[in-house]
Design a protein around this ligand. Structure first.
Ligand code: FAD
Length: 281
């Protein structure tokens, strides 16, 4: 075991399930026992070679089977560049087709994460073409992207299922809103559209104000949506929402690329750096 595994992995397990599929299934079961669904992601992105993209595909097929065999209430969420999008678009499309077919076979929905802006157009295009033959397929829309309002309209016109997030990548001000206020305002606007027209959508934020906004829009009928939050963030809020009867799923990343993902979570919140340092002394 290396230094990273010895010192950082125990802290990183706050945000990731672990390095292997067993840890992902175990965490998914834990989420289920707390009244939450599980959204499971095998970490990795921007895969350029066919052998690795094939290996990621096999991993997802195995993961879907394990979730089904073990009776887990959960499903896969993947990144298209894991399947080779950007390097070999046709290859990525055929790998997605295999995973989407398998998700139907095991009776699970399948979701596609949204990556940096260079992949937005291709992700939406591949999503929309797959949606024609796989109805239980969802895609992420990022509120920080200026194009998202128009994208959301096109997606909903096609019957898409959408997960709304703020957006996590470093982007140019030409394509994204940069201030917290603008991003939150656009999130609220897009959320309004989803509550009006969306079906089976997800509101994925840890922002209390936006969560309150969603609760108000949902009203007493609650509606056809769920909250989704990342593992290790706002656990008390997750519990409160479950207790109040809202559907909630926890996003559980796993895999040997856990270090890069954990670094992102640590850096976006100063208190997490302290948490890491404290574990080292
Ligand atoms: C289920 C799910 C799926 C996602 N999928 C994608 C995707 O496909 N593409 C994409 O670009 N992004 C994705 N994201 C990430 C998203 O874009 C944001 O980067 C992330 O959710 C933080 O934004 P926020 O809405 O929680 O608001 P923020 O303003 O970042 O956070 C709100 C509050 O949450 C708490 N919080 C947030 N982050 C942390 C942290 N690391 N540690 C401790 N507390 C924290 C703090 O209290 C903070 O004030 C996803 C997020 C979720 C929950």
């Amino acid at each position: 075991m290396g230094l990273k595994e010895t010192f950082v992995l125990p802290v990183a397990k706050r945000w990731i399930a672990g390095a292997d599929v067993d840890s992902a299934v175990a965490d998914a079961k834990k989420a289920n026992s707390k009244g939450m669904g599980a959204v499971v992601n095998f970490l990795g992105e921007e895969i350029k070679d066919a052998a690795t993209a094939d290996a990621h595909t096999e991993e997802y097929l195995r993961l879907q089977q394990r979730l089904a065999d073990e009776g887990v209430r959960g499903f896969v969420s993947l990144k298209l560049t894991q399947l080779g999008l950007g390097a070999d678009d046709a290859g990525a499309a055929s790998r997605l087709e295999r995973i989407a077919e398998n998700s139907e076979r095991v009776g699970q929905p399948l979701w596609i994460d949204m990556e940096s802006s260079q992949f937005t157009e291709k992700t939406i295009a591949l999503y929309l073409s797959s949606l024609q033959s796989h109805k239980d397929l969802g895609v992420v829309v990022q509120a920080y992207m200026k194009r998202s309002e128009a994208d959301l309209k096109v997606l909903l016109d096609s019957g898409a299922r959408v997960r709304l997030v703020k957006g996590a990548y470093r982007e140019s001000p030409d394509v994204v809103y940069r201030s917290r206020e603008e991003i939150s305002a656009n999130f609220a606007r897009l959320m309004g559209v989803l509550f009006e027209r969306g079906k089976g959508f997800a509101i994925a934020t840890h922002d209390s104000k936006l969560v309150e906004g969603a609760k108000t829009l949902a009203g007493p009928r609650r509606g056809d949506f769920e909250f989704e939050m990342l593992k290790g963030i706002r656990d008390e809020l997750k519990g409160e929402l479950v207790k109040s009867g809202f559907a909630m799923s926890e996003y559980l990343p796993y895999g040997d690329r856990w270090f890069a993902y954990s670094k992102r979570r640590i850096m976006e919140h100063p208190s997490n750096v302290l948490l890491l340092l404290r574990s080292l002394v």
